[in-house]
Write a protein that binds this ligand. Structure first.
Ligand SMILES: NC(=O)c1ccc[n+]([C@@H]2O[C@H](COP(=O)([O-])OP(=O)(O)OC[C@H]3O[C@@H](n4cnc5c(N)ncnc54)[C@H](OP(=O)(O)O)[C@@H]3O)[C@@H](O)[C@H]2O)c1
Length: 327
């Protein structure tokens, strides 16, 4: 790939730094602009990484020659910003969740179709080498059919009520932020659930601090997932098969990771899975590959995948009667 891809960032917050670190591993990427609602924070970010455009005016970025925009704002802003970028002919890599609900994700997909623009949800875990290895392992005859998945993502936060984790107006709550990872894993391995039963502890602002869900899939496979901002529960995934085999990813299953393969006799083997960069580079690489091939969506994480994922989260939220004020 000889082409240089000019990137812009909207939302220079916590995760945007990780994105910029990842770009350093991709010589064909060049960072050209950053947008924030607060001009000073855009300028601070731009100084730190030597970015030519720093603005609080979205149009400045949209009128520039950036090829692709990474959207890393709180969830409530994903839909409008993504549609604005697509409408102006910019490819978009938007942080998870692509948007807050089915209606918003559908609107975004329509905009990508109408404007013939590339669009992908930045579900970075999907592109990591250990996830490819996991898919390979669960597809072996020895492993057989998946019987049960037990997965969680939980850490303790001390943020004030207005922080995006806690704030309903910003589509806060553990489900959309971190519960999305265990749900993604179940969906990746088992497809859409046929039944969902969820329960949650809500915070004083009315979003889920802790969420638990039981998912039932075809062929009687089950999953138990939970997410929480209440306590440090790590990010674990245990996948059990009908043949008595198991795969354990106990060390932050959503990040570059190792895994333990367990055979039907209970014998365990640890496998290390090498990765490049900080892991974020894999999803950016996929965007570059798709742009070179003039594809509008990735085969690895398609528009339908994003729609299915948000459908599952919509159902979980319906189960716990959680609606955001703007819905
Ligand atoms: N992939 C991962 O591992 C991972 C990890 C953490 C978070 N995330 C996702 O990344 C996103 C951001 O999370 P974060 O933790 O980085 O949030 P954050 O630290 O609160 O940063 C959000 C940034 O967006 C800016 N912003 C807010 N509204 C905006 C708007 N309308 N236009 C332009 N900028 C806007 C904010 O600054 P101003 O208010 O000054 O504009 C802030 O710089 C979320 O979707 C989250 O789920 C992903």
């Amino acid at each position: 790939m000889n082409k240089i891809f000019n990137w812009g960032i909207i939302g220079p917050g916590a995760i945007a730094h990780k994105f910029v670190e990842a770009l350093k591993f991709l010589p064909q990427a060049s960072l050209q602009g950053v947008v924030s609602t607060n001009l000073e924070s855009a300028q601070r970010f731009a100084r730190q990484y030597n970015i030519p455009i720093a603005t609080n005016q979205l149009n400045e970025l949209l009128d520039s020659d950036v090829d692709a925009v990474y959207i890393a704002t709180p969830h409530h802003a994903h839909c409008q910003l993504t549609v604005d970028c697509l409408t102006n002919g910019k490819a978009v890599l938007c942080e998870k969740p692509l948007a807050v609900n089915h209606k918003q994700v559908s609107e975004i997909i329509e905009a990508a179709k109408t404007h013939n623009c590339f669009l992908m949800e930045a579900l970075w875990t999907r592109f990591l080498p250990h996830i490819e290895k996991l898919i390979e392992q669960v597809n072996t005859d020895t492993f057989g059919k998946i019987a049960f998945i037990d997965s969680n993502f939980a850490f303790k936060t001390e943020y004030p009520p207005g922080h995006r984790y806690n704030n309903p107006a910003l589509a806060g709550g553990s489900l959309l932020d971190i519960g999305i990872y265990p749900i993604f894993l179940c969906y990746l391995l088992l497809g859409k659930p046929t039944q969902i039963k969820a329960d949650a502890l809500l915070n004083e602002q009315g979003v889920d601090r802790t969420l638990q869900a039981l998912l039932k899939f075809k062929d009687d496979a089950r999953a138990n997932i939970f997410s929480s901002f209440h306590f440090n529960g790590g990010a674990k995934a245990h996948i059990y098969s009908c043949t008595g085999c198991a795969i354990h990813i106990s060390d932050k299953f959503n990040t570059p990771s190792n895994m333990i393969l367990e055979n039907a006799k209970g014998e365990q083997k640890n496998i290390e899975i090498p990765f490049d960069g900080n892991g974020f580079n894999y999803q950016i690489d996929e965007v570059h590959r798709c742009l070179v091939q003039k594809k509008l969506q990735s085969n690895m994480w398609s528009w339908q995948n994003s729609l299915d994922l948000v459908d599952i989260m919509d159902q979980v939220r319906a189960n716990i009667s959680l609606k955001y004020p703007f819905e």
